[in-house]
Ligand binder design. Structure first.
Ligand code: PEP
Length: 242
């Protein structure tokens, strides 16, 4: 896919009908009408209908935070990629570190989810990232290379987005430095097509976004906490929009 610049919000398990209405109203009002930056929000499953209704035809796309690796069947509690497509989702996050760590998702499972999303016409946002222990042991490239490698074994990365999210920077308030981000992004770029958008995620805030986005191999951000606060999310979009 074209090397688009993208800011993606990951709302995680936050929100209510009322808070989502207020957040999207504010985003729709403040979103830049021109520029070269795309915006998407990845929302909890139950609100996909509400979000689709509010965002359809507008400048903000939407997606999910997870997807089943199966097409259909006896998988209680799971949501298929075809179901997400029916709700107009453009994106699906796969392999977020919270899914890997809290729910034991393996590299193979993440690769299968990536494939399922693509088959249904969604654009997967594949998350890779190392723990602090792995970074301190000098294993960052080995870990992110392995996570990405498993996906590349059986999938093309043509219509996909990569997100580097160091686990130690997610929700901790401690972002990777722009130089640390650039080093890993350059490594990852060597493994996918030069057109692949590569996002950084991990405590991106209005205060640090511009410096991170200025790095040559950073094409945008995957934003957790700050995506729940309209003025912060809009400021991050502004930092990418040139
Ligand atoms: C995330 O959940 O993907 C994330 C990057 O979270 P935060 O921005 O809160 O660190």
């Amino acid at each position: 896919m074209a090397r688009v610049r993208l800011v993606a919000g990951n709302w995680k398990m936050h929100g209510s009908r009322a808070s989502i209405q207020a957040l999207l109203d504010a985003l729709l009002q403040g979103i830049p009408r021109s520029g070269n930056c795309a915006v998407t929000v990845c929302v909890p499953f139950p609100y996909l209908g509400q979000v689709a209704e509010m965002l359809r035809g507008g400048p903000i796309a939407w997606g999910a935070q997870n997807v089943s690796e199966h097409q259909q069947g006896a998988y209680t509690g799971e949501v298929s990629a075809a179901m997400l497509a029916e709700f107009g989702c453009r994106h699906a996050i796969v392999g977020h570190s919270e899914r890997r760590q809290l729910y034991g998702e393996t590299d193979a499972q993440v690769a299968a989810k990536f494939a399922a999303a693509g088959t249904a016409g969604l654009t997967p946002i594949l998350c890779v990232g190392e723990t602090l222990q792995e970074r301190d042991a000098g294993r960052t490239e080995e870990v992110v290379g392995r996570q990405l490698g498993k996906v590349l074994e059986k999938n093309s990365f043509e219509n996909a987005i990569l997100a580097y999210e160091p686990v130690w920077a997610i929700g901790t308030g401690r972002n990777a430095t722009p130089e640390q981000v650039q080093t890993v992004h350059a490594f990852l770029r060597g493994k996918v097509s030069s057109d692949t958008p590569i996002l950084y995620g991990g405590s991106v805030k209005p205060q640090n976004a511009a410096a991170i986005f200025a790095m040559p191999d950073v094409d945008g951000g995957l934003i957790g906490g700050a995506s729940l606060v309209a003025k912060d999310f809009l400021a991050i979009v502004e930092a990418l929009n040139t």
